[in-house]
Design a protein around this ligand. Sequence first.
Ligand SMILES: Cc1ncc(C[n+]2csc(CCOP(=O)(O)OP(=O)(O)O)c2C)c(N)n1
Length: 630
Amino acid sequence: MLDSINSPTDLKRLSHKELIPLCEEIRLKIIDVMTRNGGHLASNLGTVELSVALHYVFNSPDDAIIFDVGHQCYTHKLLTGRRDSFDTIRLKGGLSGFTRRTESEHDYADAGHSSTSISQASGFALARKLKGDDNHVVAIIGDGSLTGGVAYEGLNFISHLKLPVLIILNDNDMSISKNVGGISRHIGSLAASRFYQKLTDLYYYIIRKYRGPVKWAFWLAKKIEIGIKALFGYENIFSNLGYHYIGPIDGHNIEHLIDILGKIKKNVKRPILLHVKTKKGKGFLNAEGNPAAFHGVTPYLMVSGKIEIKEEKTFTEVFAEKSVEMGKKYSDIVAITAAMESGTGLSQFNLEMPDRFFDAGIAEQHAVTLAGSLAYGGLRPILALYSTFAMRAIDQLIQDVCIGGAPVILALDRAGVVGSDGETHQGQFDISILTMLPGMTVMVPCDATELKLMFEYAYQMERPASIRYPKDYALQSQCNNYHPDLATHPVTHLKKGQDLVILVIGPHLNKAASVIEKLENEHYKPGLVCIRIIKPFPRTDLLDIISSYTHVLVIEENVYSGSATQMVATLVSSMQKPVPVRGINLPDTFIEHDSRGSLLSRFGFDEDGIERECRTLLETRTDTIDVSGS
Ligand SMILES: Cc1ncc(C[n+]2csc(CCOP(=O)(O)OP(=O)(O)O)c2C)c(N)n1
């Protein structure tokens, strides 16, 4: 049946009965493709019926259907003309794993970071209102994403203008891990009652019929609604904010979903919140049993049911061990995550020291401010965030951490390119942004030993510190086991030479060393430097080193603008002799999904790329200065 659906119009030709096997077909398709490509399995399996019902009732793309985060949009993609390309999802040049405006007119939002769908919906609803259009606007947001503050900013605004937006709360009681917090408890406590639904239906009927001329009827009905809600305990955060709250209803009962959505569609004149209960991972037993592990899957997990364990350790795993070690060694250490316990490697810390582990929810801003206050309160927080999600909380880093010098240790995972999650998830800006903040120390480990040293140093420093590392394997040492004290050696001169010097920031040291060997065979005398601390900028150390070379190459997985490469170029331009500088940096574009390895090669971070840059540089005359990044 799925083969016959090329657009939502085709879907509408099916009978209600036919939708049930269609949903099963969609599930099988998703499971099949995830087994090959990996992706957000459990969230998508949980929203099959909801997405089918939405497209059955509403008229996308005239009506806007906006998915929060967008990680649960696979059924939406399958129904909106992307069935044939669905096999390419998350692969280079293929469909994005999230909604993308450039990909389809059915994708209203560029999604990936959570809690934005309500604000996005408010914008579309307001634009329609101002232009006199009357198409519907629907936002689908999970209970996890409802822990993010920006969701409430949107709820507040919609309520303020009484915009006709339908918000669907997809409540599966899960974020990636178990959802946290008072809001989550509150949502869980909301119960359904047909009686209450009937009474509220009657109330809205009265309002519609008698609004205007019979003003007292409206007033009376309002009083009755409040009375009924108070009497039966149906007051809740949404109804109190002025939303017509409906639910909770079974999000896997397609008949019921279509019935309710159809009724709502006819009556959306004010903000409505439809509360839908779903099961994360629905229809795939492994995922139903362990939705957290099957939130995002790899082909290996799909086939074996197990998480792949490799001999080499990732930076995340090294951090995981170090955080536990520090927690045991220092009783004032506390660990914080913003809904990414397992992704950031804090699960073991939580297991061993649950009293000192805190999940702030999908609330990076709160997490940073919380960490700042915990630090002022005498504790030593390690706050583990993904680089890209930390971008949300820069203002909090400024005001609540850096101005007062709160000794927060920021562990920034997924720094640099991340691969198949694409544009919204690349960690390409953090060096530029963190090095702007007065008082922040910015460290970049190239290997496991350095990472451990940096966390220890950050603890001893008692000032704001950040340590950024990529989604990659961490070798034990890339520095021939030369790991001197960080306080006195922000930079290590690993190999001395005379002509070209390669300054490496992060994990690309060994590749640079191989290129250097090659060049040495051609009688060049290149040198190799590891920059361990970018801020405070090691000006004197670098000047000392660079003064004995003729050309400089910097390798740094960050955009050029605001990068350490740029700082090196500025430094070199102040020298007496002209020294050409080039950088291998990330490009000034949003980087689409592809594997990390392939992206690194594309941007010149592989051996070939480094060699190419070295040769270009060595051909550059030393009476001109080139300070361009790649
Ligand atoms: C700002 C931000 N922080 C963290 C994440 C990582 N993340 C992706 S999905 C997700 C959980 C979302 O939970 P929910 O909205 O309930 O959807 P579900 O997966 O349960 O369907 C998280 C934390 C993100 N996308 N954006």
